[in-house]
Design a protein around this ligand. Structure first.
Ligand SMILES: C[S@@+](CC[C@H](N)C(=O)[O-])C[C@H]1O[C@@H](n2cnc3c(N)ncnc32)[C@H](O)[C@@H]1O
Length: 211
């Protein structure tokens, strides 16, 4: 019992140290979450319930046939459940700068026999998301990893259909955490209108609408 306690505490301290080192390194340059740490992204954190895939997805008002862009999809924590929800007539684009992350999405999609996931490797500034294409765009703990956030938001704004929703989630445990004020400022500066806020100062989702 005591051994289990020590192992748990050591693990929490270990995670805390990684987060602190990473946060300070990120002040100098944006460092994307490495693929070998993707298990950490997928960890269901009991302290931040707003961050769970279930919590984020329930606020998206998804419908079958929708087109969704998971921008900075990582290992597909949201891509897979969204693909299931929008069904075979819909499509999720899993977009990430790291091939290793997309490899994980591909493996999961195959294991789940999902044929409605398009996988694209690239970074913001590369011309993806296109023009008036998507009903929903997810930006979950990605914004802080992007060097030119305003340019990325402009691309996403252009990629959404009118009345489409951009859903931004941030959690303080992420070394690249962006405050609510900063997220709203960046989104408003490109024309988004805040529609809904869920959560609190340290773990939240904001849904923005393209007018
Ligand atoms: C912390 S992970 C979050 C993954 C996923 N959104 C989730 O919540 O499970 C951030 C992801 O954003 C990706 N990323 C970082 N900068 C990016 C960029 N400029 N364009 C596309 N993806 C990027 C990283 O490769 C990483 O997979």
């Amino acid at each position: 019992m005591l051994l289990f306690f020590y192992i748990t505490i050591s693990f929490i301290v270990f995670l805390g140290l990684i987060a602190i080192i990473w946060r300070f390194s990120s002040l100098r340059s944006s460092i994307p979450c490495p693929t070998w740490l993707s298990w950490l992204v997928e960890l269901d954190n009991p302290f931040f319930k707003n961050y769970s895939a279930h919590a984020i997805i329930q606020h998206l008002a998804l419908a079958s046939g929708m087109k969704v862009l998971d921008f900075g999809c990582g290992p597909g924590r949201l891509t897979i459940p969204v693909a299931k929800q929008i069904g075979p007539t819909g499509e999720v684009t899993a977009f990430d700068i790291q091939p290793g992350m997309l490899q994980r999405v591909r493996a999961k999609a195959m294991a789940e026999n999902l044929g409605n996931i398009q996988i694209i490797q690239g970074g913001s500034g590369g011309g993806k998301p296109g023009h008036d294409q998507y009903d929903r765009v997810l930006l979950v703990t990605v914004l802080g990893e992007i060097p030119d956030r305003k340019a990325a938001m402009e691309e996403i704004f252009d990629g959404l259909k009118p009345r489409g929703i951009l859903s931004v989630t941030e959690v303080i445990a992420d070394p690249h955490f962006q405050s609510r004020a900063r997220v709203i400022h960046t989104a408003n500066s490109v024309g988004f209108v805040e529609k809904d806020f869920f959560g609190n100062r340290i773990s939240f989702t904001i849904n923005f609408e393209k007018p």
